[in-house]
Ligand binder design. Structure first.
Ligand code: DGL
Length: 289
């Protein structure tokens, strides 16, 4: 068989995941699909995110994918479960998300979650963290702060939506001086809600592209050790484990070490920006979704 691994995101963010997956599993063939023409997804309704994500999944399936990673937290939070339960035949296609493996890798007591508005509102991180630690809820506050008892200690989860970060990244302005304003705004808001944060989840696959600025902000404003959780290696390791457990899927994947890039935007625009994010030139193909 000659089937591929599909990697989907609303735009460029999923490249941060693809890059790490290809480091861990270089021999497989991949198809990346970025719906750049309709990004960002983060502030859109459930119905729209579900419809767009399903269109992308169908397209990747038609292109010959046997397994698809939704390398997008927003799509993982809003569309994954419905697609898994209603839209695909698991004997022909598997669709996996990025939130569960991320949560499984998180340690720490004071957890900050940076994500899109859609991911924050879905409460997926809060629910998955709760489930993961098998905690009994002892209290919660509004504004997405949740406290739970774990043994004698308390787990604190504080979320912060960062609606301007994806547009900055999609437009290539994320490392410009002007981006500092929105880095300071959202990180400042998060740390005012909980100054004790020891673990920071980058819960949007675009955000690692802002890492230099996030790192600099934390060094300048926070007087304690903060573990930053990036999803790339975590998702790559999780996929590796999944394929080891599912030899029937791994055995039908082709092993040419290639990657095709599909975008709903202009191919030239995607090539220019993706080349910067991936640090090597690529040739993409325009598709209509
Ligand atoms: N990179 C995506 C995520 O992880 C989507 C961001 C967006 O399109 O708003 O959430």
């Amino acid at each position: 068989m000659n089937l591929k691994i599909g990697v989907f995101d609303s735009g460029y963010g999923g490249l941060t995941i693809l890059d790490k997956i290809r480091q861990h599993l270089p021999f497989y063939d991949y198809i990346y699909l970025g719906d750049n023409a309709r990004a960002p997804y983060g502030s859109r309704s459930f119905e729209v995110i579900y419809r767009y994500t399903l269109e992308a999944v169908r397209r990747l399936e038609a292109e010959g994918c046997r397994i698809i990673i939704l390398a997008c937290n927003t799509a993982s939070a809003k569309a994954l479960r419905t697609i898994q339960q209603h839209d695909i035949d698991p004997s022909r296609l598997r669709v996996l998300g990025v939130i569960r493996p991320t949560v499984e890798a998180v340690r720490g007591q004071y957890i900050g979650v940076l994500a899109t508005q859609g991911t924050v509102q879905s409460e997926s991180y809060v629910l998955e963290l709760r489930k993961q630690r098998q905690l009994q809820q002892t209290g919660s506050d509004v504004d997405s702060g949740v406290s739970q008892r774990e043994g004698g200690g308390m787990l604190h989860i504080t979320q912060q939506a960062c609606p301007m970060w994806v547009p900055l990244i999609e437009s290539g302005e994320h490392l410009a001086a002007g981006a500092d304003f929105f880095v300071d705004k959202y990180l400042g808001e998060l740390w005012r809600k909980d100054p004790l944060i020891d673990t920071l989840i980058l819960g949007c696959t675009h955000y690692p592209l802002l890492l230099p600025k996030i790192d600099a902000w934390i060094r300048a404003h926070v007087n304690r050790q903060v573990r930053i959780v990036e999803q790339g290696h975590i998702v790559a390791r999780s996929l590796n484990g999944y394929l080891s457990r599912h030899g029937d899927i791994a055995s039908v994947l082709s092993c040419g070490g290639t990657c095709r890039y599909l975008t709903s935007e202009q191919a030239d625009t995607f090539n220019r920006s993706a080349g910067i994010f991936l640090a090597s030139p690529i040739q993409s193909e325009h598709i209509d979704l």
